[in-house]
Write a protein that binds this ligand. Structure first.
Ligand SMILES: *[C@@H]1O[C@H](CO)[C@@H](O)[C@H](O)[C@H]1NC(C)=O
Ligand SMILES: *[C@@H]1O[C@H](CO)[C@@H](O)[C@H](O)[C@H]1NC(C)=O
Ligand SMILES: *[C@@H]1O[C@H](CO)[C@@H](O)[C@H](O)[C@H]1NC(C)=O
Length: 784
């Protein structure tokens, strides 16, 4: 401590005031510290002090100084606090008087108290709080509290210091009143996002020695400003979605962050696309950034989507990102079958490989889901052939046959390769048109028909039928009679065939005796082009009718009935008188003849063999029996109805010819006639013999001539049919018919009554033979 003692001796006023002394002491001196040697300074003797009962006089209540009379010094009675005593006033001094008695005198003492740095600067508050927006501009000022220091002078407040100085710097500004304003000035922008709370320390220091200081905490809360835009976590998001996903499916979640706080950091998501379809299909949750399906997506319409997403905070700052949504195909489209061209009808003659239908396939799906294969049902002679991608043709695989199948229902099925596979099908109806590839076929391999003779011309005999497997005109069968000849006559003069009906008609009346059966062929021909045909053999068998009466060959019937059989009177019972010989040109039962005696002069004498026509005696001839016997024999066939012929047989019962003549009175009437006849017969014999020789010569010369000329000419055009009665020998039984009757020739049934045609030469032979036998026959016998 510095002790300063100032001594004044004032001699200005004598009397009561004899002197004035000043001392200077620092404050806060301990009790008992010496302030000054007052006795010495006043020039007084210690004894005087004692005697004068020196004492301190002051009006202040508190005494800081006491007087020590023994030593004559002033001592600190109470420590003095300058600040308490004088506050900021300077200089600070204690004024008091020392009063003496005997004589009374007083001295004024001034004790100046000098400052000691015993007070640090102090702030009223230990801390100060600020809320400063981070957006505050540089240079913004913030007033700080001043510090105070109770000390004065150099011990008073000297300066401030602010730490750290990152954002703020201190600015001191002296006022007119001597005070200093303390301010902090923003010198670097605040960033709430970096530092939300800033703590600074303001230190005030005084100028004392040693220096003292006081501090204040400055707490700054940085207020948010919307200085940060939202930022998406990724600039581009990618995702895939199946096309059949249902509405509401979450596609993706986008996130953006905003460094700001509160509403400045509150992000709202939205879709920015202006194209409507994206907005219709996708929804974004404003708050969560969840993107979900709002509509249906169809891979076939759009294979991907690009969403432009926007994140914005409340302050209006934004960021955008892209979301690429790839749509994954699902096999949701059936193949679409489109028939480009098709034929409804195909000829059965079409070659394998003929294209029937062309088809185009479309499947909207992609990849395997869109790969399509087509095939047709396999039980048909058609197959699917792929020509180029998605183009198929339906072609014939093998030969077609309309007769086997005239129509096909072809089911074309197309399926894709998706899992599960989808397919669609279409049914085509194809008609097979006819080609004339089938000939008519007769129902039987050959026909045989019966018809009864003497039919009416035009009679339908029977019917042939042929079928043709083809269709319509190709199956229309016509029947044609094949040209051939029957016995040298064209068959067409026997029968005709109904072209459409196949009915066989007789053209003429048949005669069994002339023809018993005949063959011909009927051709069936269809209406195709070219036509096909087949033929069949037809055999017509003619059945006999009893249309011929028996013919009596013997005995020969003459008009005069001169011929008689001789029966000697000596004839035994059973004597064969004669035999009636008859034939029937019919056959079978119709030609089975029986003989009956119809009339007789004496029925008891003769009988006729039923089967053989033999006339025999049935009893002994007696003399009483008349010479002239006349028998009528009926020859009957067995037909239905039966036909018959009668013959008269003259029998002469006599032993000699004259007897006969005498008896046959009616015979004598003819005697002249008989003479004449004999003559004529001789004459005729001569003529015939001549003619025969001539004939022989002519024939031989003609034969030689023709042989020389040519063999072609050797053809007989004579329409002559030699006819031999059937079962000729059977009919005759045991009887013998001379062979001469073989010459007999009949041409037609019609001519039987009037004509008697015979080959001239044969006739001559016959005549010769005849004459050689007997003169009893004079002309040719055909019929009665
Ligand atoms: C989508 O398609 C798949 C395959 O076809 C099927 O398994 C699935 O159930 C479908 N989903 C919907 C939602 O229809
Ligand atoms: C084809 O289909 C039609 C109609 O369904 C049917 O009437 C016809 O009989 C079928 N044809 C064949 C050959 O199956
Ligand atoms: C009749 O048909 C046969 C085969 O059945 C054939 O050989 C013949 O030539 C045909 N005849 C005619 C005249 O068409």
């Amino acid at each position: 401590m510095r002790r300063q003692v100032l001594l004044f001796i004032s001699l200005l006023s004598l009397g009561s005031v004899f002197g004035q002394v000043s001392y200077s002491i620092p404050e806060e001196m301990t009790k008992g510290s010496l302030v000054g040697n007052i006795a010495q300074d006043l020039g007084l003797d210690v004894k005087r002090l004692k005697s004068g009962k020196a004492r301190i006089y002051t009006r202040d209540s508190e005494e800081y100084i006491e007087l020590n009379k023994e030593r004559g010094v002033l001592l600190v009675k109470e420590p003095i606090d300058r600040e308490a005593l004088c506050r900021q006033t300077t200089p600070c001094a204690l004024h008091f008087q020392i009063i003496l008695e005997n004589p009374m005198e007083f001295y004024t003492i001034t004790v100046q108290i000098t400052d000691v740095n015993d007070n640090a600067p102090t702030f009223e508050k230990s801390e100060m709080k600020f809320r400063i927006s981070e957006s505050s501009v540089i240079g913004a000022k913030f007033v700080l509290e001043r510090a105070v220091d109770r000390d004065v002078g150099s011990n008073d407040l000297k300066s401030y210091e602010l730490k750290p100085t990152d954002n703020f710097e201190l600015k001191l500004q002296s006022n007119e009143d001597g005070n200093t304003n303390v301010e902090m000035v923003l010198q670097k922008s605040l960033d709430r996002e970096k530092e939300e709370q800033i703590s600074l320390v303001l230190t005030a220091v005084d100028g004392g020695q040693p220096q003292m200081s006081g501090t204040m905490q400055i707490l700054i809360t940085v207020l948010d400003a919307n200085d940060n835009a939202p930022i998406f976590a990724q600039p581009t998001y990618k995702t895939t979605i199946i096309e059949n996903s249902s509405k509401g499916t979450v596609v993706a979640i986008v996130t953006a962050s905003d460094a700001d706080h509160g509403s400045n950091g509150k992000i709202t998501y939205s879709i920015m696309n202006t194209l409507d379809d994206v907005r219709k299909v996708f929804n974004v949750n404003k708050e969560s950034g969840e993107i979900s399906l709002a509509g249906n997506i169809d891979f076939e319409q759009s294979r991907n989507f690009q969403l432009n997403l926007l994140a914005s905070d409340d302050g209006g700052l934004t960021d955008s990102c892209k979301l690429i949504v790839e749509v994954e195909d699902v096999n949701d489209n059936k193949p679409d079958i489109n028939i480009m061209s098709k034929s409804n009808v195909i000829s059965e003659g079409a070659k394998p490989g003929t294209v029937v239908t062309m088809i185009h396939i479309e499947d909207l799906d992609s990849g395997e889901n869109g790969k399509v294969k087509c095939f047709s049902n396999d039980d048909i002679p058609f197959t699917m052939k792929m020509s180029t991608n998605n183009f198929y043709s339906l072609v014939t695989e093998s030969d077609l046959d309309r007769e086997r199948a005239s129509e096909y229902n072809i089911t074309v099925t197309c399926s894709d390769e998706g899992i599960p596979s989808l397919s669609s099908s279409v049914t085509l109806t194809l008609q097979i048109s006819d080609v004339n590839d089938n000939a008519p076929v007769f129902e039987r391999s050959s026909y045989e028909a019966y018809t009864v003779e003497n039919n009416t011309p035009g009679l339908s005999i029977f019917k042939v039928k042929a079928r043709d497997a083809d269709w319509n005109q190709n199956a229309r069968v016509s029947y044609i009679l094949e040209d051939s000849s029957v016995n040298g006559v064209p068959v067409s003069s026997y029968v005709s065939v109904g072209a459409d009906s196949g009915v066989i008609h007789a053209v003429r009346s048949f005669d069994y005796e002339q023809i018993k059966d005949f063959h011909f062929r009927v051709k069936a021909q269809d209406g195709g082009s070219p036509p096909l045909s087949s033929n069949v053999s037809v055999k017509i068998l003619i059945q006999d009718q009893n249309d011929n009466a028996p013919q009596v060959l013997y005995p020969v019937q003459t008009g005069g009935s001169l011929v008689a059989e001789m029966v000697p009177r000596s004839a035994e019972v059973g004597y064969l008188v004669t035999k009636v010989v008859a034939v029937d040109v019919d056959s079978g039962q119709n030609a089975w003849l029986s003989y009956k005696l119809q009339k007789a002069t004496d029925r008891a004498l003769f009988e006729v063999g039923l089967q053989n026509g033999e006339i025999r005696t049935i009893r002994q001839v007696t003399d009483k029996d008349t010479v002239k016997q006349r028998l009528t024999v009926v020859v009957e066939d067995n037909g239905q109805p039966s036909r018959s012929a009668t013959v008269n047989v003259n029998v002469a019962v006599a032993d000699s010819f004259p007897e006969v003549l005498s008896e046959f009175t009616d015979f004598t009437q003819d005697k002249e006639y008989n003479d004449n006849l004999t003559f004529y017969l001789v004459l005729a014999l001569a003529v015939v013999s001549f003619l025969f020789i001539t004939c022989l010569v002519v024939i031989i010369s003609v034969k030689i001539y023709r042989w020389r000329q040519s063999r072609i000419l050797y053809q007989s055009n004579l329409p002559v049919i030699p006819y031999y009665p059937p079962r000729y020998s059977d009919t005759l039984g045991t009887g013998t018919l001379p062979h001469v009757y073989n010459y007999e020739v009949c041409r037609t049934t019609d001519s039987r009554k009037s004509d008697c045609n015979f080959l001239i030469c044969n006739g001559i032979f016959g005549l010769l033979h005849f004459f050689s036998q007997s003169f009893s026959a004079s002309n040719c016998l055909c019929n009665e």
